[in-house]
Design a protein around this ligand. Structure first.
Ligand code: ADP
Ligand code: MG
Length: 416
């Protein structure tokens, strides 16, 4: 069996591992059920690809998006590694042949969507394969707590029954306590090895601008940093509106939202990926697993839905390690909006309880009190970097430190 570092050098031409990759790979090779919690861009793919290459047999990878599967299969094929993806639009006969190839053709990776697992033919063949590892990428899709919940992810448990002696690795950039708990339960993890990297991103500057003319500010930012950018907007119409505006200002832009056809999505996405267009204007449908290293700015034109999604979306900037910017634009009406929302919920004891519950799910992570002892999610650092000034939202509540929360909730109680 080759050593992980030799595999890394031989196929990837990298000379060293990123933080946590090596212990994760070792645990997987030793046959442990493993949890890899690394931020976006942290290098999760290698964590299952290298163990699979180190062993005889084939690795079954569950992945939520066709684009992700295609990217990874292509990257592996380019390295001379046999990998295939069972995407949609394959006829029954083709599927049959592909699966046969997989069994008899010494394939190392079989990528499939959770929906594919529902097919009996697929299940039968997987049972016959010499599976060496089951990898569940973007594992947070299993949890209803996240934005990316995919009911079919509940099928994954079935893989365990098909291959009872094979270990599982779950990979995600989400470190929320309740999501981790869901993944653990759904995948029948009993004593998983959990590895977590600090989510602190030293090359990413978080900024908030108060700006009444947001389009104008975006134009200025993009003309200053003439580099790849993502702009998140609240709805589909705005993606078109803003990209049209930018094009009229000679800033090349395209758009992406959940209502586009697959063809349109592919076209717009690849224009942006190839740097034919500088800017991708998108709703939150865009981004999961996007591996574009040179994104310089991620701009939010509206206040984000949640701290979690903000961190994920903003984290798509600067994956190459170069200085990058996460920029949040707000204006008076945003503030009025959230202040009103806040005032509406302020007196409710139930709300305070909810916040507590939410926070405790973070604090367990933050202070390592949970049964899994996940330590270094440092909330205070996180808050300091964030600097959400003067906007009181439910999200900012989540940004306060423990003492502020306690004193705030005392005030709440006195007010009620
Ligand atoms: P994630 O799935 O965690 O978002 P990826 O697996 O897509 O991250 O990896 C992100 C990028 O980092 C890829 O371009 C990958 O080639 C690169 N990368 C991963 N591991 C290493 C390493 N040890 N050295 C250098 N680059 C790496
Ligand atoms: Mg990934």
């Amino acid at each position: 069996m080759s050593h992980p570092l030799n595999i890394l050098e031989r196929y990837w031409k990298f000379t060293s591992f990123r933080p946590q990759q090596e212990p994760i790979i070792n645990a997987v090779i030793e046959g442990e059920d493993t949890f890899a919690l690394l931020p976006t861009g942290g290098g999760k793919s290698l964590c299952f690809q290298i163990p699979a290459l180190a062993k005889e047999g084939i690795c079954v990878v569950i992945s939520p998006l066709v684009a992700l599967m295609k990217d990874q299969v292509k990257a592996l094929n380019d390295k001379g590694i046999k990998a295939m993806a069972l995407t949609s639009g394959i006829s029954y006969n083709e599927l049959d042949t592909l699966l046969d190839n997989c069994i008899y053709g010494n394939y190392k990776f079989l990528y499939l969507s959770p929906e594919r697992l529902q097919q009996e033919l697929v299940q039968d063949r997987i049972r016959q394969m010499p599976v060496n590892l089951i990898a569940v990428d973007e594992a947070h899709c299993i949890s209803q707590w996240g934005n990316d919940f995919r009911p079919a992810y509940k099928n994954i448990r079935l893989l365990r029954q098909l291959q009872p002696s094979v270990n599982v690795i779950a990979l995600t950039a989400s470190a929320r306590w309740n999501i981790i708990k869901d993944i653990t339960e759904e995948l029948d993890f009993i004593q998983p090895k959990i590895f977590k990297q600090s989510f602190y991103r030293s090359n990413l500057a978080y900024m908030v601008f108060h700006e009444n003319d947001k389009y104008y500010r975006i134009e200025i930012i993009l003309k200053k940093y003439k580099a790849s950018s993502i702009i998140y907007v609240r709805n589909r119409k705005l993606t078109i509106d803003l990209s049209t505006f930018l094009n009229s200002k000679n800033i090349s832009a395209t758009f992406y939202h959940g209502g586009l056809s697959n063809d349109e999505k592919d076209t717009n996405m690849s224009k942006w990926l190839n740097n034919q267009t500088q800017v991708m204007v998108a709703t939150n449908a865009f981004g999961m697993g996007i591996d574009k290293p040179d994104v310089k700015t991620v701009i939010h034109i509206n206040l984000p839905e949640s701290l979690e999604s903000y961190f994920q979306e903003a984290g798509r900037a600067g994956r190459d390690g170069n200085k990058a910017f996460a920029i949040l634009l707000k204006n008076n009406s945003d503030e009025v909006l959230v202040k009103n929302q806040f005032l509406k919920i302020l007196p409710s004891v139930e709300f305070v309880k909810q916040v507590y519950r939410k926070l405790s799910s973070y604090f367990q992570i933050s202070y390592g009190e949970g049964p899994y002892s996940i330590h270094d999610f440092n909330f205070n650092d996180f808050c300091k970097t964030y600097k959400f000034p003067s906007v009181l939202t439910y999200n900012t509540l989540l940004l306060l430190d423990r003492n502020s929360i306690i004193s705030l909730s005392k005030q709440f109680k006195n007010n009620v």
